[in-house]
Design a binder for this molecule. Structure first.
Ligand code: FES
Length: 157
């Protein structure tokens, strides 16, 4: 199911915890599994659970709780727009509407060319930089005015 390289990374994560506490590595292993597969299919989540000797439901609970895990295929660029209160009060909804109009998709959708997926996100702890967007779960972009959004979309082309 997983490459040798991913299995080695799983082992490194598990080694960070005391013996018998491998379940603590579930978030990291799900992230690594997603990195390899592109998204987390039910069988991928089950394989992570099996590796960590967890009931599959325990891994599924984690995978469905955090929106950094993708439970269906996503585009090359996953754009997560924060619409929680501080961002909402500072232009988050306008940013969301603007990027939806630009891409022609709603939250939870992927553009026809498979390039962009748009996700509505929760607070990313960067409220001071509102409105905030996250690219592929890793790159945080703040003060997302229409001009900044245009620049970001252009970079992603
Ligand atoms: S509310 Fe958007 S980053 Fe905190």
């Amino acid at each position: 199911m997983f490459t040798t390289e991913t299995l080695q990374k799983f082992a490194r994560e598990v080694a960070k915890y005391p013996a018998g506490q491998q379940r603590s590595a579930v978030m990291a292993c799900l992230a690594l599994a997603q990195e390899e597969k592109g998204w987390l299919a039910p069988e991928t989540i089950e394989a992570v659970a099996k590796y960590l000797e967890l009931p599959p439901i325990a891994a599924l609970e984690v995978a469905t709780f955090y929106n950094m895990y993708d439970l269906k295929p996503v585009g090359k660029y996953k754009l997560t727009v924060c619409t929680n209160l501080p961002c909402a009060l500072s232009g988050g909804y306008h940013a969301a509407r603007y990027v939806q109009d630009k891409l022609g998709i709603a939250f939870g959708e992927t553009t026809a060319d498979g390039k962009f997926t748009l996700i509505e996100g929760e607070c990313m702890g960067a409220c001071g930089d509102a409105p905030v967007m996250l690219v592929n779960n890793r790159r945080m972009c703040g003060a997302m005015t229409p001009e900044q959004i245009d620049k970001l979309l252009e970079e992603c082309k």
